[in-house]
Design a protein around this ligand. Structure first.
Ligand code: PLP
Length: 467
């Protein structure tokens, strides 16, 4: 499969899978997307019924990789990645009521859905670098969960150094400790004096600083990296097929921040999976809800909430959706993103907006509804859910239709956000045994100012590439 940038002029050269995985952001500032969406026929989808998570993963991921990695190596990496999960089903579904289901994506080593993609792309990157005899520097901005998942997946790897940027004082204690208690030489946790969007801007600035980027062999672990999205596409297939697809359509509700997770659902639909509706669930940071209502994407400031991984107003992957929905016209993307950078907003052309609304709905939840939902699910289902999942369960119920099963993505384990869950349910969720030692380990991190220069200087001084 070949990949093109959302901002590239037509006729610009495409790149292959391995280069797309290693490069993160395209040099023109755009995001890589496959040249075409692979297709599964109804019979091919039916043939997935009864297969394991790893078997379906191989079928879904193979067309994106093409012949750049052998099937046997890809199979081995998928098996190793998901052996790190502590549930045999990898991503089990639990029934909430007649037609509402929760897809549990938090059984990986850092208890958030980020592990699903990170465990696989760490192996893919290490494999590609070893094959080429190269080394790389991985950078990631995190609102809390990506950082821990990246450090867990990449720690101790020979060919990659990892630098994670998190907003100082704005992540939960468990999230912070997952980033600061790995003492491997190749991992560095950087607390930035700013919010998540600032961290993400610094990462994008480093990618757009081509001399630094080339010198450090920069690659990215955020969902700007195509590999993240690709790996997340898999669980839309496994869960929909478990509930009867392709013989009936399924809807999904997704707690959304950077638009990576729900965009993976859009891809599954493009590939032939019968998805009726994709519902974007937001907390009080509702920029995407407003965008679908008004057609204007307009920044308005970020409020801290109890679901911090969604406290975002630059949803990077929305660019990939826009690109697809405007007929893959990079001029339209360049002008929208230019306007966002300069004026803090852009307006979506009417036909593009209509196209988006055919696949997506969007709704928000406030803090009190989120709390009430945690309590409600605890009372009625004897099940603890984290605040991100609660935001989505609430929204899912508003968008439920009688005939179509609704699957809500549960993106984190409740023990990652013990304070919010205890405040709502009265009970403190217990951390799984394997994670307990981390809570008393010594923390190691550096506090840096909100500046790309400060971060670049730190990386140059601490990366093994410059040594
Ligand atoms: C990252 C994250 C999200 C948001 O996912 P996006 O792909 O950024 O939209 C939601 N919930 C949790 C727990 C997360 O870690």
């Amino acid at each position: 499969m070949e990949y093109i940038s959302t901002r590239a002029q037509q006729g610009t050269e495409s790149i292959g899978f391995c280069d797309a995985i290693l490069s993160g952001l395209a040099k023109d500032g755009g995001l890589y997307v496959p040249q075409v969406w692979p297709q599964f026929s109804k019979n091919e989808l039916k043939a997935m019924q009864g297969l394991s998570y790893n078997e379906i993963a191989l079928k879904v991921i193979s067309p994106f990789v093409g012949d750049e990695i052998s099937q046997s190596d890809l199979t081995r990496m998928i098996d190793e990645a998901y052996a790190s999960f502590n549930h045999k089903a990898i991503a089990p579904i639990t029934q909430l009521d007649e037609n509402n289901w929760v897809l549990e994506l938090f059984h990986g080593p850092t208890l958030a859905f980020k592990d699903v993609a990170m465990q696989l792309i760490a192996r893919l990157m290490d494999y590609i670098l070893a094959d080429r005899g190269e080394r790389a520097t991985l950078v990631a901005a995190t609102s809390g969960d990506t950082g821990g998942a990246a450090i867990e997946a990449f720690k101790g790897r020979d060919n990659i150094d990892v630098f994670v940027l998190f907003p100082h004082g704005r992540v939960s204690n468990v999230q912070q400790r997952q980033m600061t208690t790995s003492h491997d030489d190749n991992v560095h946790a950087l607390a930035i004096e700013g919010n998540f969007d600032d961290c993400q801007s610094i990462v994008k600035a480093m990618f757009n600083h081509h001399e630094f980027r080339d010198g450090m062999k920069l690659c990215g672990a955020n969902s700007i990296n195509w590999g993240r999205i690709m790996a997340q596409t898999v669980y839309y297939f496994t869960s929909a097929i478990a509930l009867g697809a392709p013989d009936r359509a399924i809807s999904f509700t997704v707690p959304t921040g950077n638009f990576g997770d729900i965009f993976a659902g859009f891809i599954a639909k493009q590939m032939g999976l019968p998805i009726e509706q994709l519902v974007i669930a937001s907390n009080e940071n509702d920029i995407l809800v407003r965008t679908l209502q008004t057609g204007t994407y307009k920044k308005d400031g970020v409020q801290p909430t109890t679901s911090p991984s969604m406290d975002i107003e630059i949803s990077s992957n929305f660019e990939r959706l826009l690109f697809d929905k405007c007929g893959r016209n990079s001029d339209e993307i360049n002008s929208a993103m230019g306007s966002l950078a300069q004026a803090g907003e852009f307006t979506i052309a009417a036909p593009t907006l209509e196209g988006i609304k055919q696949d997506f709905a969007a709704d928000k939840t406030d803090e009190s509804a989120c709390q009430a939902t945690i309590k409600d699910v605890f009372t009625n289902n004897a099940m603890m859910i984290d605040p991100h999942t609660a935001v989505a369960v609430y929204v899912a119920k508003q968008h439920q239709k009688a005939q179509t099963p609704m699957i809500t993505l549960s993106t984190a384990h409740p023990a990652k956000f013990p304070d919010a869950v205890k405040a709502a349910s009265g009970i403190e969720p217990e951390l799984p045994e394997a994670l307990k030692p981390m809570m008393t380990k010594e923390e190691r991190f550096n506090v840096l100012g909100n500046s790309a220069f400060a971060v670049e200087t730190f990386i140059k001084e601490n990366s093994r590439i410059t040594k």
